[in-house]
Ligand binder design. Structure first.
Ligand SMILES: Nc1nc2c(ncn2[C@@H]2O[C@H](COP(=O)(O)OP(=O)(O)OP(=O)(O)O)[C@@H](O)[C@H]2O)c(=O)[nH]1
Ligand SMILES: [Mg+2]
Length: 682
């Protein structure tokens, strides 16, 4: 049986920029709530959340980490997330599991790029948001200026719910019992600003307030939640995770004011696919059918694959029989787990708002929906938007015979990380890993070496060019073979036409009167696909085109599948050759982080590489971010170039943007190389 009710649950993700102090703050909250006996530090490598050996050696978080604790009658699920852009997949995933995003800001450095991003992403998911200004103990902080810049950047709804006091050694509450002296501003003024803001969402209460001049915290509770839900209020609180100032006050805010699962905005689910999908919201009712969403996968060396999920509706117990997505056969939960950093703790039941995990269910994947009735088939969470990884490395095992293991290990890494992908190119025998940045890939390689004892060598991968056409054309092939006994016969007429960029491939059957018998149409399509996948002018898959088969001929005896495959293939090659074929190259969005002194050099370097700069902005107090768009092919040696241009201080991340035609000269080079290679083969 559940140990507590949904109304007592709070789920919170600590998000924000790297080094803001999220992991330290999680540690401080756990300690003050009595969940751990002593407070660890990131420096000593003994925190609950940075438990991975790689996190300890890097000194910052790489994965989201789950914790939970009880505090004054509430049960808090707290997720610590990494702040570095290379690992943002983990932070975005965590947003799908919580009602509240606590955006943690480093008081020393102020608003940073990832602060802005997380504020935006959390708002896009309609989460209740709060801002936690951490490190108020540190030297050289200007908290009044920071508060002003928060309001300037994110709106006047960012209002302090407590203020630093006694020379930043503690904080004073401005909401529940507004009494005391603050280091700056005034407690009374902050209280009034909060109440004014909250009553704006409740007309009846507004009247009472105007009449009597005061309303009680109890009367304010429901409108407070409404204001949070509507983004009409973003409370700001102050803490020092290091010396504990403001940590108890933050626990009180979580317990008394953070929304419970019924008070937050219910996450949007979709029933059905594509245009016909209907949006609906789960009901946080423990008695209804189960709906749970898998927002994280962990491949644990001892426990195996863990699917970590948030329950949105119904109650999951050890006895539950759960279906995965549209799967037909349910699995029995058996062992139901909650997570405390690296520890797994068995539990009997999880109610709406709870976060937990099941182990060793191979079919569970990131983003799976778990449910207990076929009524909930065809249900998905509204998709999360992840950057598409483009930073690539071709990997090869150092030891012969390890190839199979390489695939297995890469698969494990891939299922854990929505921003890490593995591509296999059978034609070139290349296995390519892709991530968001160099550090992201380096981490995966280290994990392969340390955890899986697998050494690989790496090389820059080939560029994934594509082919397409620029105009309509006709294609024809009459395939006829007569060798001794039965012959082969198939004739195909087709048209091809360009489709918008990114549309992919369409095959249309417009054959009339059965001149190509229906049974052979799939063979024609197969031949067409074979030719397009292998590439026609440069050996890269052709895309963004429609093939319409409209005429042909068959023979009652000699027409067979193989004949129509062949005819389809040659007819489409004929058509593409006449359709103004071109080569496309991947364009990526790049973000370069660098000390300000190098901005000029780096920007002109990107421009000289056929790139375009779209902006530069401060990233943190001593780093700037240059954003732009550049062809992937120009970035092959970029890491080492960047290193030498910035004395090792620059880093970058890239994500896929779109495919664009290569310049004519480059197209000529690529196609003539391909031609030469083919002639050599023949
Ligand atoms: N002075 C001071 N230092 C702090 C405080 N909180 C954290 N730090 C230090 O700031 C550094 C970064 O802290 P982390 O907790 O790793 O920061 P994080 O936000 O988890 O960083 P990522 O995992 O990279 O996103 C560490 O050296 C901490 O000791 C604080 O309240 N005051
Ligand atoms: Mg951290």
């Amino acid at each position: 049986m559940p140990k507590y009710a949904t109304e007592t649950i709070r789920s919170v993700a600590l998000v924000g920029h790297g080094a803001a102090g999220k992991t330290t703050l999680a540690e401080a909250l756990l300690f003050k709530a009595g969940a751990i006996a002593s407070q660890g530090t990131v420096e000593a490598g003994n925190t609950v959340c940075d438990f991975d050996p790689l996190e300890k050696s890097y000194g910052h978080s790489l994965n989201s980490a789950l914790t939970n604790f009880a505090y004054q009658g509430v049960h808090v699920h707290l997720i610590d997330t990494p702040g570095y852009p290379d690992f943002s997949g983990q932070a975005i995933g965590a947003l799908a599991a919580v009602d509240t995003a606590a955006i943690v800001i480093n008081a020393q450095t102020g608003i940073e790029l990832n602060t802005r991003r997380m504020m935006k992403w959390a708002a896009a998911r309609a989460l209740c948001r709060m801002i936690v200004v951490n490190k108020i103990d540190a030297e050289n902080v200007d908290l009044p200026a920071l508060l002003a810049s928060l309001q300037e950047s994110f709106g006047r709804e960012c209002l302090p719910i407590n203020l630093p006091a006694k020379g930043r050694t503690r904080v004073v509450d401005c909401f529940f019992t507004p009494d005391g002296e603050a280091d700056f501003s005034s407690v009374g003024q902050a209280h009034r600003a909060l109440v004014d803001q909250v009553v704006e969402v409740d007309e009846a209460l507004m009247e009472i307030y105007l009449d009597k001049g005061e309303v009680s915290p109890e009367q304010l509770h429901a409108p407070f939640e409404k204001a949070l839900r509507e983004g009409h209020l973003v409370p700001v609180c102050f803490v020092s995770a290091k010396n504990g100032a403001g940590v108890t006050e933050l626990l009180d805010i979580l317990a008394k004011l953070a929304p419970n699962p019924a008070e937050g905005n219910a996450p949007p689910f979709l029933k059905g696919e594509g245009k016909d999908a209907v949006e609906f919201h789960a009901e946080p009712d423990p008695k209804r059918h189960v709906l749970a969403h898998v927002f994280k996968i962990v491949v644990d060396p001892y426990v195996g694959k863990l699917g970590v999920f948030r329950v949105h509706q119904g109650t999951v117990t050890k006895e539950s029989q759960l279906l995965i997505g549209d799967g037909k056969r349910p699995f029995k939960v058996g062992h139901l787990l909650t997570l405390q950093g690296k520890e797994y703790i068995e539990t009997d039941a999880l109610v709406p708002g709870d976060i937990g995990a099941v182990a060793k269910v191979e079919e569970i994947e990131f983003d799976s929906v778990l449910h207990d009735s076929h009524d909930e088939d065809r249900i998905h969470l509204r998709p999360l938007e992840f950057p598409i990884p483009m930073q690539g490395l071709a990997v090869e095992t150092k030891k012969k015979g390890d190839e199979q293991r390489l695939f297995e290990v890469l698969r494990k890494l891939e299922v854990e990380d929505p921003c890490f992908r593995v591509e296999r190119h059978p034609a070139t025998h290349e296995t390519i890993i892709r991530g968001l940045g160099e550090q992201h890939l380096r981490c995966k390689l280290e994990k392969m070496a340390q955890q899986y004892k697998l050494e690989v060598s790496t090389t820059p991968p080939k560029i994934p060019y594509r082919e397409t056409i620029t105009k309509k054309a006709e294609g024809h092939c009459r395939h006829k073979k007569q060798t001794g006994g039965a012959g082969q016969f198939g004739e195909v007429y087709l048209r091809i036409e360009p489709l918008p960029r990114g549309a992919g491939f369409e095959f249309v059957d417009e054959v009339k009167g059965g001149v190509i018998p229906g049974v052979f149409i799939p063979a024609v399509e197969k031949g067409v696909r074979q030719a397009l996948d292998a590439g026609i002018i440069a050996g890269y898959p052709a895309q963004d085109l429609r093939v319409i088969v409209y005429d042909g001929k068959s023979h009652p005896v000699d027409s067979k599948e193989i004949a129509f495959i062949s005819a389809g293939r040659k007819a489409v090659i004929d058509a593409v050759t006449k359709a103004g074929p071109i080569v496309l190259e991947p364009m990526v969005n790049i973000e370069v982080l660098t000390p300000e002194a190098y901005i000029g050099d780096l920007a002109s370097d990107i421009s000289s590489k056929r790139g375009q700069i779209t902006g530069t902005q401060p990233f943190s107090s001593d780093t700037s971010a240059i954003t732009g768009q550049v062809p992937l092919s120009e970035l092959t040696e970029y890491q080492s170039r960047l290193r030498s241009m910035t004395g090792g201080q620059g880093s970058y991340t890239i994500e896929f943007s779109h495919y664009a035609p290569v310049p004519a000269l480059i197209q000529q080079q690529i196609t003539s190389q391909y031609k030469a290679a083919r002639e050599e083969e023949e």
